[in-house]
Design a protein. Structure first.
Length: 260
């Protein structure tokens, strides 16, 4: 049957009913990866204020203020607020761009429900849905191939291999296997159909897909300082120590020479 598979011979496939789909969607949630927790404005501002160069500016401004040079102090503190403002603007802009990309990454899917094929948002695909895959489609969820005709899928998103892999129909397989390798009956969320036609039964959605597992593992990674940040922190610390040492020496010398 796989060599003859096309969109005209799916009349015997009914798929889920709309009620079943609605109930399961309410129970299991949307087929999407949760967005990262948004940082508050206070959190962003505090992270900026911890940067060594800004700390140096703030310390210099406080010293000028203590010495009575209000104009210099206000100028330095003004630049601190300008830098914080620019950083907040860039953070918000980046967050909006990422949200837009996240929306684009949720492709529309062709599913069969109540015996009728229809396009729905990828986030509404649920487990046990029957999906139709054709050239140019982005696979909306992990699934097991039920039937196909020369189905070729590019899985570099998961495997790093740019060469498309050939898919075959399942031989009574009920559990998902790992990505990679030719002639497997499995398709994976986020991968791209580059040729042929296929029909698959959805086995996993959202965070339960291979793509979702990668996203989940990335959320546990703590960000580390870059080499530039470490080097900048070291230079600022050394300069601050040198400056404080010179100030102490000048005060001592002035005290001994002037008696003040």
């Amino acid at each position: 049957m796989s060599d003859k598979f096309d969109l005209n011979n799916i009349s015997g496939v009914t798929g889920l009913s709309e009620k079943e789909a609605s109930d399961r969607l309410a129970l299991e949630g949307f087929n999407e990866i949760p967005s990262a927790k948004k940082r508050s404005i206070i959190s962003i501002a505090l992270s900026v204020l911890r940067e060594p160069m800004l700390l140096l500016l703030i310390a210099s401004g406080i010293i000028y203020m203590v010495l009575g040079d209000i104009q210099e102090a206000l100028m330095l503190l003004f630049f601190v607020f300008v830098i914080i403002g620019i950083t907040l603007y860039q953070e918000r802009k980046t967050a909006r761009a990422l949200e837009a990309l996240r929306d684009l990454s949720s492709p529309r899917a062709l599913v069969i429900r109540d015996g009728v094929s229809r396009r729905i948002a990828g986030r509404e695909v649920i487990r046990d849905d029957i999906i139709i895959l054709s050239e140019g489609d982005r696979v909306p969820a992990d699934g097991i191939v039920l039937d196909c005709n020369n189905l070729m899928i590019e899985e570099s998103l998961l495997t790093g291999e740019s060469v498309p892999v050939h898919k075959t129909e399942s031989q009574a397989t009920t559990e998902m296997g790992r990505p990679g390798g030719d002639n497997s009956p499995f398709v994976y969320s986020g991968t791209l159909v580059v040729g042929g036609l296929g029909m698959a039964c959805v086995a996993a959605t959202g965070m339960h897909t291979e793509f979702g597992k990668i996203g989940k593992s990335l959320q546990t990674i703590e960000p580390e300082e870059t080499l530039l940040q470490k080097e900048t922190r070291r230079i600022v610390r050394n300069l601050a120590l040198i400056g404080l040492s010179l100030c102490a020496v000048m005060a001592i010398v002035y005290g001994f020479s002037r008696g003040n």
